[in-house]
Design a protein around this ligand. Structure first.
Ligand code: CO
Length: 166
């Protein structure tokens, strides 16, 4: 978990550094944080509830988005230990395997295994909380991707398609 998050953070830091090095890029892009400064079409919000449901089954962003900012809101009231949700993105042909391995990984690992196929993942949150993850769309256009919650028992109901449109 720690090394995966570090890798994601490092990837974003490198992207931000690359943007900052371009004097013609707006500072709002280089300073992107928790969705602020990311173009509107590149900032997504999805919610999960106490009924073990996401409010959307399909998410998409245009390939012009270099960085996607995804915010997950838990609109319920149950604690993260009982009805925790996260938002995880992976290739469709890998997500079930990752979700099942996540159960074994346990809560301290955010119910996620160490797996290079995980493209992005938020923390696990409980009712009333929200969390944001930012990730690059590089190489994702045209891929068959699925988002899901890796909390034990949730992925079969809490999943949907993620598309980076060409
Ligand atoms: Co969940």
């Amino acid at each position: 978990m720690t090394s995966r998050k570090t890798a994601l953070s490092l990837r974003f830091a490198l992207a931000a550094a690359a943007l900052a090095a371009l004097p013609l890029m707006g500072s709002s892009v280089a300073m992107a944080e928790e969705g602020e400064g990311v173009p509107e079409e590149c900032a997504l919000t999805i919610s999960g509830d106490d009924q073990m449901q996401f409010d959307q089954k399909e998410l998409s962003v245009p390939s012009s988005c270099e960085t996607v900012s995804l915010t997950l809101e838990h609109t319920g009231s149950m604690d993260a230990s009982a009805m925790g949700h996260n938002w995880v993105l992976a290739p469709t042909d890998a997500y079930e395997e990752i979700a099942q391995a996540g159960m074994q990984a346990g809560p301290d690992a955010g119910y996620l295994p160490e797996d290079d196929r995980i493209i992005a993942a938020t923390d696990i949150i409980g009712g009333g909380e929200s969390t944001t993850v930012e990730f690059s769309t590089a190489d994702l256009a045209g891929q068959d991707l699925t988002f899901f919650c890796s909390f034990p028992g949730h992925y079969a109901m809490m999943n949907g398609t993620f598309t980076v449109t060409e």
